[in-house]
Design a binder for this molecule. Structure first.
Ligand code: MRU
Length: 351
């Protein structure tokens, strides 16, 4: 992979910065932005400079590391700044559990009373965020290996949203599975849902598949029924933003529609994600908070209004696919099959 969604880099002033690809500009431009404070990182998550559940978790981790590195020298004051930074970052987006997961992990590390100086806190924060970064990549690779037997040769694969390196900061989850199968010599063709309204499929997944040299066809979200009726689709694979204890999966809006079409046509539907996306504390999909985004994402395209002035609009960013529509949930710890309440609890046993 020749690009990094997010990196911890030395800045012009000698102190570290968080460098992110501005995903709002792809595919027209591959441009990075440098961040020096946690408020701006929270805004970048909210405005979707960076997006994708594992990548926003990583951004939150590095955002907290920035707060540590650039915060006050008094350890007591620095701890207060870190608590405030964590609250600000946590509020950036509600659905992907990786955000809170990464912050909880960082805060647990930083709560160690042995970290008595500002420098000790700083060093621990940076080390922990970098560990999350390295683990993201390893988890992605393990997901891809675990899913490999589920991908037939000459497979037509349906995918929704974007789940590649841009979405994880690593190798990708669902798209990583596809990429790995391709790298291992399996023939694959990907049907790429365009993913209204932010077009993560048409813009980001199409761009990443081009980088990987994997053949694909971008289709409008509403085409899934038609495509499944008229083409041989072997499987659907998508990512996840939060997996409830019963196996209900929150993912990008439109995922549930795709799962219903797959179910009607007997096509297996898989969700792939790291164990940091599995939230056993959330009993069912009905308990997952669904982010509502600004109406302008629906009413306007590239700044041009497409709905009549005053039109009523709802813009839920995610939906929940009920566990009953899923053939399996693929994690780095293994593949969970129905009944998910038991299989997920087993996989997450050591968590
Ligand atoms: O709104 P986004 O672009 O952050 O939504 C992303 C998705 O829904 C992805 O499918 C999910 O986060 C998994 S990314 C590996």
């Amino acid at each position: 992979m020749t690009y990094h969604a997010i990196e911890w880099c030395p800045g012009a002033d000698g102190k570290p910065v968080v460098r992110m690809i501005d995903q709002r500009l792809i595919p027209e431009q591959l441009k990075t932005l440098d961040y020096i404070d946690f408020e701006a990182v929270a805004a970048a998550i909210r405005d979707m400079v960076i997006r994708g559940a594992p990548a926003i978790g990583l951004a939150a981790g590095y955002g907290l590391a920035l707060a540590a590195v650039r915060g006050p020298d008094d350890p007591g004051c620095l701890r207060e700044t870190l608590a405030q930074a964590a609250a600000t970052l946590r509020a950036a987006r509600p659905t992907a559990v990786n955000l809170g997961w990464a912050l909880d992990r960082m805060l647990a590390r930083l709560s160690d009373p042995a970290l008595a100086t500002a420098d000790a806190l700083r060093s621990a924060a940076v080390t922990e965020a970098q560990a999350i970064d390295a683990e993201n990549l390893q988890m992605d690779l393990d997901i891809a290996r675990n899913a490999f037997p589920l991908i037939p040769d000459n497979a037509n694969i349906y995918h929704h949203c974007n789940t590649g390196p841009l979405a994880t900061g690593g190798y990708g989850t669902a798209l990583g599975v596809i990429c790995y199968a391709h790298e291992q010599g399996k023939q694959v063709h990907v049907f790429v849902d365009e993913t209204r309204p932010r077009l993560q499929g048409a813009r980001l997944t199409a761009w990443e598949l081009q980088q990987m040299g994997i053949p694909f066809t971008v289709v409008p979200d509403g085409a899934s029924g038609h495509i499944m009726r008229t083409q041989k689709i072997d499987l659907c694979i998508v990512g996840c933003d939060r997996v409830a204890a019963n196996g209900d999966v929150a993912n990008k809006i439109g995922t549930y529609n795709l799962a219903l079409a797959a179910s009607a046509h007997g096509v297996p539907f898989y969700s792939a994600g790291p164990s940091s996306t599995v939230d056993l504390a959330t009993p069912t999909g009905g308990d997952i908070p669904i982010e509502m985004r600004p109406p302008e994402e629906i009413t306007h395209i590239s700044g041009v209004r497409i709905t009549p002035e005053g039109a009523s609009v709802a813009n839920p960013a995610f939906d929940v696919t009920p566990a009953a529509r899923l053939a399996a949930i693929i994690t780095e710890r293994g593949v969970a099959y129905p009944p998910f309440t038991e299989s997920l609890a087993r996989l997450m046993g050591g968590k």
